[in-house]
Write a protein that binds this ligand. Structure first.
Ligand SMILES: Nc1ncnc2c1ncn2[C@@H]1O[C@H](COP(=O)(O)OP(=O)(O)OP(=O)(O)O)[C@@H](O)[C@H]1O
Length: 966
């Protein structure tokens, strides 16, 4: 089956990712509905606000159209209680000039002649001077709507002044106009009565009419202009947060990394998200316009559809660019809501400032406007301002498409046009988007890896022939060169032989057709970290760590190579180097002839590998079928074949029935099976399986083993596992790593015979025929074991390794193999004499080999680092021993009978974290005569221990110990 390549593959991946995005949106309906339809809610709110405000302003002549104003004919002085917010007791008016009798009679006439309502004397207050009135007004505010100040100059001249509170106020939606309500009636009354007094005719007619201009509604309140920016920003925030969360989820869960390993082009990733979110943005903008028109806003009805649509579309697109940009700095999906909230608050405040005219006003510096325009909510506020202004009254025709480049109607300052806003929105979107891609490349990813700051300047980046090289550490990291690694030759002859073979093949440049992967002296040193202080390097430091210390090995085609090792051995690091997740520090690896150090090579490698990572990397909302279809497309399988390949894959891992069920509801085992199926899809030539059967029940595990066994044909498989049974059953060759080095290599049998202690003989005694025992170290009441022990000692020179009331366990070294047949025949004959019920003989297990290797490596490291643990002897005393020490001599136990003292064999096991811990020790035996007791090299280094009076056991070389001692 020919896979697609080049441009056709790019298109295929693009379509597959677009489908993935569509499925994610479809399966996450609530979020998608919010993203598309939240505008309906906000526009409804704007509509309600608009109606409420319009109702409030309805009494103001400014806000209603007045085509035929009615004249106000000699209006009366209203009672003071009519004034809004007046305090009791109140006065209809106060006056000054009460020193003159003529003035007093004028005021009396004003009160008596008030049209329709004579004013009682209790509602008027008099003062001598206007200063006294001011003092009273100041001390008793809000007790009177107006004051008259009379001056009786001479017989023919009386002057007067008038004082009112000119502030217009509103109460319960009604406007109070102080001029027409209070000032004019007072003025007419004063002038009328002064005139009558001067001419001496009390009935002199004095009719004055007042009338406002005929005018249209002048200043229609626009809720879109005032609250629209914040509400439309809120609409866009849904898309912003969801988009950011989608990007960060794929980053955090390493989904994107998994797709990249499988050969996904970076450009396709970005393009697919851009297309999908762009599409949602178009739909969401169209809905905004539709809902706006539905609610009959002049803003939407009178401005050109295209003009308004483009404002919303470009604004939402811009917010999308901002989301892409900000997600480059973040790693956790949960932070998207916090960032969204923060952006909304900042945007809201900036929009308020923009609505008040800053900085799009005459006299404001252009650079300030440019900087302000980088933040999309500001441009939206200004655009809504212009578009609302252009539809302020029903007479305004709005902005048409052809006039988008001209000054908006009613915009007297004309600092910016709608067209300018388009350019800014488009420009800043492109800026955010390019910055997002750039930062995504140069900011360390989830694996701490990034491209160089100037990666885009390298021609290879554009031609596809390099430029994809990655490095570790932050942009500002000031770590110098890494310390050189001193490579020591391996202790094991098989590992040395493998190393020499690889070296020779590398020297000769000979490509062995049977080799799939050739690892050539792979070194990986993780740079140390320097916390805080960019380039200051003052704070906390961790030293560089050599995770791989020069690994040389070949993985053959059609074979499964099992990489074993305790936690932290370097297995995952090896896999990460092979898949390009982590850059290598030294050495190289060729996968089907392609170097992992070359960008082109890595590009080719990604087309031919399948990876099942240690932790399931799956989308919760996509089904098993969706996953396989996606990865099959990324791998470039011909579209016509994808359906059948996916069906077969699902059947193979027994997921056909759950093919359409979301992976989020799969059990742990089902997820692992899906991960295995993903690794095998597209017929990869190299399959890397990192602990593929973790969490599976025994039946499923055996089934997956069958799948892996079948998958060996035609490809190489690298498997890491902590299950020795799995390694034993599946592997053609096994390599055990520890502390970054390959410690042994070979087939399972070879390792067992070479590193195992030999044969294990279990002897069980009568009275326990069903094999159930109560483990006990108390052997005082088991005298019948002695003849058997002597029999083993006499014939095979071995002592029991473990002893319980009903069992004896012996480890028989390989060199006694020849004696075994006769020995066990004789033991069988004497079974009843010894009281033996059953005898079992077997080879040492791979687990024992693994523990031996791990223990040896741990001992090396513990000796180098001075790490000690306490061994509590069953006989009482405690000694400090290095982690991993097998045979330990106890100082201070020398006697005449045992001149070299006594020793024990220490048994080790792995705890939950994978670290070695003591599980027990053998019976105490004399140190053999060929062993010279030497103080532990750690004894002198650990002064603190010495101060505490701790005794340090001395480590005895296992080669000096005859197995018969134990
Ligand atoms: N990014 C990193 N920075 C520093 N040290 C690291 C980093 N990644 C891994 N290491 C260290 O490198 C060593 C090898 O780690 P690795 O994950 O390869 O072990 P492993 O053999 O896969 O273990 P396990 O069985 O637990 O998966 C460990 O000591 C680990 O702490």
């Amino acid at each position: 089956m020919d896979s697609r390549r080049g441009f056709r593959l790019l298109i295929q991946q693009y379509k597959a990712l677009l489908k993935k995005n569509l499925l994610l949106s479809w399966r996450n309906k609530r979020a998608t509905i919010l993203q598309l339809f939240s505008s309906l809610f906000f526009i409804f709110l704007i509509f309600c606000i608009q109606k409420a405000i319009q109702a409030s302003y309805s009494s103001s002549s400014d806000y209603k159209s007045t085509p035929d104003p009615k004249p106000l004919l000699s209006p009366p002085i209203p009672p003071c209680e009519d004034k809004f917010f007046i305090r009791s007791p109140c006065y209809d008016f106060v006056w000054s000039g009460n020193g003159s009798a003529r003035i007093r009679s004028i005021v009396s006439a004003i009160m008596a002649n008030n049209p329709g309502r004579p004013i009682p004397s209790t509602k008027v207050k008099s003062f001598a001077t206007k200063e006294e009135v001011d003092t009273w007004l100041l001390s008793e505010p809000m007790h009177c709507p107006g004051a008259l100040h009379f001056v009786d100059k001479n017989a023919t001249v009386i002057s007067y002044g008038l004082q009112t509170n000119s502030t217009s106020v509103m109460r319960r939606g009604e406007f109070e106009d102080p001029t027409f309500k209070f000032q004019i009636p007072l003025q007419i009354a004063a002038e009328r009565e002064i005139a009558r007094a001067l001419i001496g005719v009390p009935s002199f007619s004095w009719l004055v009419a007042f009338k406002v201009f005929a005018h249209p509604a002048m200043d229609v309140f626009s809720a879109i202009e005032s609250v629209g920016p914040a509400f439309f920003l809120a609409t866009a925030m849904f898309g912003f947060v969801f988009q950011m969360s989608s990007l960060l989820t794929e980053k955090e869960l390493k989904l994107r990394q998994a797709m990249t390993i499988m050969g996904l082009y970076d450009s396709v990733y970005w393009l697919s998200w851009f297309t999908w979110e762009g599409l949602l943005t178009i739909i969401s903008s169209l809905f905004i316009l539709l809902f706006g028109m539905m609610f009959q806003f002049d803003f939407f009805l009178n401005n050109s559809f295209a003009v308004v649509f483009l404002v919303f579309f470009l604004f939402e697109l811009n917010m999308l660019g901002l989301a892409f940009f900000l997600s480059a700095f973040l790693t956790k999906a949960s932070s998207s809501t916090t960032i969204g909230f923060f952006i909304f608050i900042v945007g809201f405040v900036c929009q308020l400032v923009t609505i008040f005219g800053f900085p799009y006003a005459e006299g404001m510096a252009k650079p300030l406007q440019a900087v302000w325009s980088l933040f999309p909510p500001n441009l939206l506020a200004e655009a809504l301002n212009l578009l609302s202004g252009a539809t302020a009254t029903p007479q305004d025709t709005g902005i048409s498409w052809s006039r988008r480049g001209e000054c908006a109607p009613n915009d007297t300052e004309c600092v910016i046009t709608i067209n300018d806003i388009y350019y800014w929105l488009l420009g800043t979107f492109i800026l955010w988007f390019i910055l997002a891609i750039y930062l995504d490349n140069i900011i360390p990813n989830v694996s701490g890896v990034r491209k160089s700051v100037f990666y885009f300047l390298k021609p290879g980046y554009w031609t596809g022939k390099g430029g994809n090289k990655v490095e570790e550490g932050g942009i500002c990291s000031c770590g110098g060169s890494l310390p050189p690694l001193e490579q020591t030759p391996p202790d094991d002859e098989d590992v040395l032989e493998e190393e020499n073979l690889v070296k020779q093949q590398a020297r000769e440049g000979r490509a062995d057709q049977n080799i799939a992967v050739q690892i050539r002296g792979l070194v990986k040193t993780y740079p140390g970290t320097k916390k805080k202080g960019c380039c200051c390097c003052k704070s906390k430091e961790t030293p560089p760590y050599h995770a791989l210390k020069g690994v040389w090995v070949n993985f053959a085609k059609d074979q499964l190579f099992c990489l074993l090792g305790p936690n932290g051995a370097g297995k995952t690091t090896t896999i990460n180097c092979l898949t390009g997740i982590t850059p290598v520090t030294g050495g190289d690896a060729l996968i089907y002839g392609n170097s992992i150090r070359s960008s082109v090579g890595m590009g080719n490698i990604r087309k031919m590998i399948g990876v099942c990572p240690q932790f399931d990397i799956l989308w919760d909302t996509l089904s098993g079928q969706d996953h396989l279809q996606l990865f099959a497309s990324i791998k470039g399988l011909p579209p016509a074949s994808i359906k059948s390949v996916v069906e077969n894959s699902l059947a193979e891992v027994k997921l056909t029935e759950s093919a359409k069920v979301r992976a989020g509801s799969y059990s742990g085992g089902m997820k692992r099976r899906l991960s295995v199926a993903i690794a095998l899809i597209g017929d990869p030539k190299l399959v890397i399986l990192d602990e593929p059967t973790t969490g599976m029940d025994p039946i499923t595990r055996r089934h997956v083993w069958d799948i892996i066994e079948d998958a060996k044909k035609g490809r190489a498989i690298v498997l890491t596992t902590h299950s020795m049974e799995e390694a034993d059953i599946l592997s053609d060759r096994i390599g055990i790593m520890a502390k970054g080095k390959l410690r042994c290599i070979g087939t399972s049998i070879r390792l067992k015979s070479k590193f195992g202690t030999g044969f294990i003989a279990n002897v069980s005694f009568n009275g326990n025929r069903n094999g159930q025992t109560t483990p006990s170290r108390d052997v005082a009441d088991t005298p019948n074991h002695d003849p058997v022990k002597q029999f083993f000692k006499h014939h095979l020179d071995v002592l029991p390794k473990e002893e319980t009331k009903s069992f004896l366990t012996f480890v028989i070294p390989h060199d006694r193999e020849k004696l075994l047949k006769k020995f066990f025949a004789e033991l069988e004959d004497r079974k009843s004499e010894f009281g033996i019920s059953d005898i079992q003989l077997g080879l040492t297990t791979l687990e024992e080999v693994f523990l031996n290797i791990a223990r040896q490596a741990e001992l090396e490291a513990a000796t180098a680092e001075g790490r000690l643990v306490t061994l509590n002897l069953t006989s009482g005393p405690s000694v400090e021993i290095p982690v991993g020490a097998r045979f330990v001599g106890i100082p201070g136990t020398e006697t005449a009978e045992n001149p070299r003292g006594i020793m024990v064999e220490v048994y080790w096991e792995q705890d939950d974290t994978g670290s070695l811990c003591i599980s027990g020790h053998s019976t105490e035996t004399p140190v053999p005569p060929n062993v010279e007791p030497t103080p532990s090299p750690l004894a002198s280094t650990s002064r603190r221990s010495l101060r505490r009076g701790q005794v340090h056991g001395f480590v005895i070389d296992p080669s000096l110990i005859s197995n018969g001692n134990f």
